[in-house]
Design a binder for this molecule. Structure first.
Ligand code: ADP
Ligand code: ZN
Length: 359
């Protein structure tokens, strides 16, 4: 027998910066002129964001003689599919975009996940930058390189870990973001406080009446990004620590699926987090008082913390959790809180525990 060893141990530097300010979007063409990331740019956006910002970026780039093209897909989670990905890729191929191209993901979390996944596989990988326009994307999904599309069976199950070259957060985008979407994004921000930073949680509580002011939002987004970046630096590919980012998501995802994704992700995980907190208290980890504080903050922001409004039977949610691949021997990897700011993954939670909490 002949043995040929293929040695592939390599050191990869996936480092990148997250820039946060007002006015970064207007300066983006300038910046790419000075520090190009490719010879051709594909701006991928959705129908809502494209209308307000897509054309503007295209014009800014073209006015600096930078080759660019605008690719617009249907807004909303429904468009985050393999079909849409294929359409975008075909459009890029028809334009003759090669390996020297760069993608600009301009939009909310849906665009970021989709465009990032296109970048991961187009010509076996081209660079991309994240330009998040929703609060959810700014404070959470644009960082960490989790890119994916949904299928009929589940969310985000086809994808990759593929880091952007840069994340550019321009707070001015938030001026046109619908109020309901602000609340939606705040759910992930609160999650970051709950799992990792009690001082940040106090900050949110203290500033609750001006929490949607731009100055407060700037601090909020910065801290949210720092927490997420810190976790990702320790565990890029979710082998351990990164799992705590799933706080509220086991029940949250099951609720989304049970409601055929007619509930927003932020609302679903807000409910999921509230049940996760209750379970943490029931198991003797978290103080009852902390559960109440978590719920109060959610409520103030306009996020739900109960299932009852949605006329959803616990049985349906349990059914969906049962399909989850994280279940081993009837036990679920479930994120609980020890206290506000301190999360851990428990493998002791059973479906029966969840059933009792939901009821
Ligand atoms: P998320 O960001 O919550 O993951 P989406 O990407 O679907 O979800 O964004 C939520 C909605 O907000 C979409 O309809 C999207 O087109 C819209 N949107 C995103 N950013 C802005 C913005 N800055 N101004 C107006 N609408 C926006
Ligand atoms: Zn989430």
């Amino acid at each position: 027998m002949e043995t040929i060893r293929v040695n592939l141990k390599e050191e990869i530097d996936n480092s990148y910066v997250i820039l946060i300010d007002e006015g970064l979007f207007d300066n983006l063409a300038n910046e790419l002129k000075q520090k190009p990331l490719g010879n051709y740019y594909a701006i991928i956006t959705d129908t809502n964001v494209g209308k307000v910002y897509g054309k503007k970026l295209l014009e800014n780039l073209q006015s600096k003689n930078i080759n660019a093209h605008l690719i617009t897909s249907q807004a909303g989670e429904k468009g985050k599919t393999r079909k849409t990905k294929e359409k975008i890729e075909d459009e890029m191929l028809e334009l003759g975009l090669g390996r020297d191209s760069c993608i600009i993901a301009l939009g909310g979390g849906v665009v970021g996940d989709l465009a990032g996944f296109v970048a991961a596989t187009y010509m076996r990988g081209i660079p991309y930058i994240q330009v998040p326009t929703s609060l959810l994307a700014m404070g959470d999904s644009s960082i960490g390189g989790k890119v994916a599309v949904d299928t009929l069976h589940a969310k985000n199950v086809i994808g990759a870990f593929y880091q952007p070259k840069k994340v550019i957060i321009d707070l001015n985008f938030l001026r046109t973001l619908p109020k309901s979407e602000l609340a939606n994004g705040m759910a992930e921000v609160i999650k970051h406080a709950l799992i990792k930073d009690k001082d940040f949680f106090h900050f949110l509580e203290k500033n609750i009446d001006k929490i949607m002011d731009l100055e407060i939002l700037k601090k909020t987004i910065k801290r949210s990004c720092e927490i997420k970046a810190d976790i990702i630096m320790q565990d890029e590919k979710e082998k351990g620590l990164r799992r705590i980012l799933n706080y509220g998501h086991t029940i949250g995802h099951a609720i989304e699926a049970a409601l055929s994704y007619k509930i927003s992700h932020g609302n679903a995980i807000a409910i999921g987090m509230s049940y996760a907190a209750k379970l943490s208290a029931k198991k003797g980890f978290l103080h009852e008082g902390s559960v109440i504080r978590q719920n109060n903050l959610m409520e103030y922001i306009g996020l739900p913390h109960r299932l009852s409004h949605h006329k959803l039977k616990p049985r349906k949610i349990l059914g969906n959790i049962q399909y989850d691949k994280k279940i081993v021997d009837g036990k679920i990897n479930f994120v609980l809180l020890n206290s506000i700011g301190d999360a851990f993954v428990s493998d002791e939670i059973t479906l029966d525990d969840i059933k009792q909490i939901l009821e």
